[in-house]
Design a protein around this ligand. Structure first.
Ligand code: ZN
Length: 131
């Protein structure tokens, strides 16, 4: 989830601001991947392009977070929330969180769609359950 700003990640962040989820795609092995980087994690290829994802997937794993650690006062009002690992329909997995408060009914395999959320000057690709 924590994708730092750099020349490698600028397209990712600009797309989020525009309400689009774009991930890199390796032209050598034909695989998309997350997080942004300068070489493909599967084959080491550097012929990379950005492609827009549908922004849909399933919950691969999750954890309810009940404590705001690290001194981040602004997070205290948000606990409990749900940290999720999303299996995107296009293949890559993303670490993110569900919008809103943690709900006990969340389960692995729930369908989700990206829900861009403004937070402290950033547009973050959180997810929302769709059923
Ligand atoms: Zn590759």
């Amino acid at each position: 989830m924590n994708v730092p700003h750099s020349s490698t990640t600028a397209v990712f962040w600009d797309a989020c601001k525009a309400g689009q989820l774009k991930l890199q795609h390796c032209q050598d092995c034909d695989k998309p991947f997350y997080y942004p980087r300068t070489a493909c994690p599967s084959c080491g290829g550097t012929r990379l392009e950005w492609r827009q994802m549908k922004g849909t997937g399933t919950i691969y794993s999750f954890s309810h977070v009940h404590l705001a650690l690290g001194g981040y006062k602004s997070w205290e009002a948000e606990v409990p929330f749900t940290l999720v690992q999303i299996q995107l329909d296009e293949g890559p997995r993303m670490l993110s969180r569900l919008v809103g408060k943690a709900e006990e009914s969340v389960k692995i395999g729930d369908r989700v769609t990206v829900a861009f959320t403004e937070r402290e000057g950033e547009t973050l690709p959180y997810f929302r359950r769709t059923g």
